[in-house]
Design a protein around this ligand. Sequence first.
Ligand code: NCD
Length: 296
Amino acid sequence: MSRFRHLISIDDLERDDIEHILSKADSFVEIARGEKSSGILEGKILANLFFEPSTRTRMSFESAMKRLGGEVINLGSVEASSIAKGESLADTVRVVSGYADCIVIRHYREGSARFASVVSEVPVINAGDGAGQHPTQTLLDLYTIKKEVGLKNLRIALVGDLKYSRTVHSLIKALAHFGAEMLLVSPEALKLPDELKENGSFAECDLEYAVENADVIYVTRIQKERFPDEEEYRKVAGSYRITAEMLKNSSAVIMHPLPRVDEISYDVDSLPNAIYFRQAFYGVPVRMAILTEVML
Ligand code: NCD
């Protein structure tokens, strides 16, 4: 029996559901690495509907599906699909839900995944809706934290574009369930919106304090594509950067949903603190746990 049919917002899950997915993900790690095989999703088809660029999310869903014996169909580029002819999102989703057992959707409009779930005949998973939510990223972020430092008594610094990062908007809601202390580090223009501070413990600080005091530093890219105009983006571009030098005496682990632009210098990659590439791998077992939850 599935605990949820669709996965649209992390708010739709109780702490217990989150823990269930995280422990289920553990059982998929060897399959995700290709060390064991499985046919648990044989005969199932996943449809990827990506209206915005993606590398990790789309490919880790594909890898997860295929390693579990399932198949994947892709919308491909929006220009090559009927959307270019003016087809509505509702019609696209309704039609595609007749071709697959589950839909993964990423769209530039907030609320689009929820809307898709209403018209779809099959489960819908939100892979990012504008600056809204990115619940599967949150589950893999939590899985990474659990594996690498533990979720108990966690002090985590959220660094960068807290205004537009959907990964942060999702993650803070989940962290509130686990009683985490959240340090907010951002340029003035990119602060976390007040309405997202309703639940949880938050304090603002600078990067130096965060590096010295946090267990986890969660860095985000400035979400250039969400800015109303180029000029506003230029005002904050390049305004923060984590370097190896800054981490000299720090035991904090560095996470990033990726892609990185210039906010973590490349010399951090070889430090034991850098765990963002492992974090990206964990997307596979976590998405296996989600796919099997909604399809079986
Ligand atoms: C993030 C996203 O799309 O929100 N990427 C991802 O899914 N790993 C973060 C980003 O684009 O900066």
